[in-house]
Design a protein around this ligand. Structure first.
Ligand SMILES: [Zn+2]
Length: 110
């Protein structure tokens, strides 16, 4: 668990989306597994081995990057994506896109 409440995390995620540190839309796939000890892309705290970690591959500024999240941080980022897209849609008043389907894929821990 992190020291942030969800609303703080969503706010943080929105800022990172705005600054293009995090992608503004959800990927099609997640990989879940035990934490690798590497830092979470949202709260910057390590995801320890007794925590669950979500991994995604995302295009960040044109570079395919592996991002890791705590479970709570992944949900906060997802919420922030939805809000960012809603805002974009409202700003652009463009095509009516439905949110992408996504699936959780469990890693084999190899
Ligand atoms: Zn985190």
């Amino acid at each position: 668990m992190s020291n942030f409440d969800q609303e703080q995390l969503v706010d943080r995620a929105l800022k990172r989306i705005h600054n293009q540190v995090l992608p503004g839309r959800e990927p099609q796939r997640y990989w879940g597994g035990p934490g690798s000890g590497q830092h979470c892309a949202l709260c910057d705290l390590p995801v320890t081995a007794h925590q669950n970690e979500y991994q995604i591959e995302a295009d960040v500024n044109g570079v395919l990057t592996t991002l890791r999240f705590h479970v709570v941080c992944k949900f906060a980022w997802r919420l922030a994506c939805a809000r960012a897209q809603f805002k974009q849609r409202r700003d652009a008043d463009s095509s009516d896109q439905s949110p992408p389907d996504y699936a959780v894929h469990r890693g084999h821990g190899s």
